[in-house]
Design a protein. Structure first.
Length: 216
């Protein structure tokens, strides 16, 4: 079963209630799903940060600032694009936020269409990443539909080992290797060791790393 691609969510984080409400209504009028939060702690407590979309952050907020929140999310490997809104922008701060992956750095009370464009670009980037992750997860599920031995044989074949080499590595007969390889190739729709290598490249990177060197 394929993983559903979720609709993007724009998270608006600002301690200025009136400004936050106006931006929320503007973005909703532009067709986006929006959730607004009064501060970083509110976002971290209530939001599902695994959902694609983007973050629109006020750079200066009481408690945890927008920059501090960005760094915390970066350290937690959250890949949501971040758009900063600020009335206090400077080059040093902008460079710092870009270092940790900020998508845009905009004047807080600037042209609203600039924000709309930034949100569109950020959400498009996030949705592309979500689609890639869903496809990689489909490959993982398909790979795990193989038997344990089929996976072992397939991975070794993808390294370019001959049937004889695989048999020696696994301590089984060459004919048994041939059978498992044929089954795995048929299930995964590949026809050669090169195809097998390329197929494995589609697996999620962290999952593939866990398989490396295990023969499993």
């Amino acid at each position: 079963m394929k993983r559903m691609i979720r609709t993007p969510l724009v998270r608006l984080v600002d301690d200025d209630d009136a400004f936050r409400e106006s931006q929320r209504e503007f973005l909703k009028a532009m067709g986006w799903q929006v959730e607004d939060y009064a501060g970083a702690a509110d976002l971290l407590e209530r939001d599902d940060l695994s959902r694609p979309g983007c973050l629109v952050l006020d750079i200066r907020m009481p408690g945890m600032t927008g920059v501090e929140l960005q760094r915390r999310l970066f350290d937690a490997k959250c890949t949501l694009p971040v758009i900063f809104l600020t009335g206090h922008g400077d080059i040093t701060t902008a460079v710092h936020t870009m270092k940790y992956g900020a998508a845009d750095f905009l004047e807080k009370r600037g042209d609203p269409l600039a924000l709309a464009g930034a949100v569109e670009r950020a959400c498009a980037k996030s949705m592309a990443a979500e689609s890639d992750a869903a496809e990689a997860d489909d490959y993982r599920r398909t790979f795990e539909s193989l038997t344990q031995r089929e996976r072992e044989v397939f991975m070794l074949a993808a390294e370019g080992l001959t049937n004889k080499d695989v048999a020696e590595r696994l301590g089984i007969g060459a004919e048994t290797v041939k059978m498992h390889k044929a089954n795995a190739y048929a299930k995964l729709g590949v026809a050669s060791a090169l195809d097998a290598y390329r197929w494995l490249e589609n697996l999620p990177a962290d999952y593939r790393a866990g398989l490396a060197g295990t023969g499993k």
